[in-house]
Design a protein around this ligand. Structure first.
Ligand SMILES: [Zn+2]
Ligand SMILES: [Zn+2]
Length: 109
């Protein structure tokens, strides 16, 4: 007749819903892979139709002159929050890459 352990039942709090966030992350990655060009639209949406360098405004008519520059030079690095993107007009973008940083043609169309 021992009563040891009696009353020591610990109720563990349920684990945080980590599965949901992992699923969201996977979904994010999957979408980025399926639509690699989508980052352009995203970047324009996040940062607006304005060149980050010269400040020129663009409308929906000439938005094709606005391109997405990758700050770290890695165009595979497309975080959904847009932290690696910079909207640059084609002139500023060319200028940015004209200093022998990296190949312009491999990045943006
Ligand atoms: Zn510019
Ligand atoms: Zn660039």
């Amino acid at each position: 007749m021992r009563f040891r352990g009696h009353g020591h039942r610990r109720l563990r709090p349920p684990p945080p819903d980590s599965k949901a966030s992992v699923d969201a992350l996977i979904d994010e990655i999957r979408r980025a892979r399926l639509a690699p060009d989508n980052y352009r639209e995203r970047s324009l949406k996040i940062h607006g139709l304005v060149c980050a360098k010269c400040g020129r405004d663009f409308s929906h008519h000439d938005r094709r002159l606005l391109t997405v520059h990758h700050k770290d030079g890695n165009h595979s690095n497309n975080p959904p929050d847009g932290s690696n993107w910079e909207n640059l007009c084609v002139y500023c973008h060319e200028d940015e890459h004209g200093r022998g940083l990296t190949g312009f043609d491999s990045e943006e169309k």
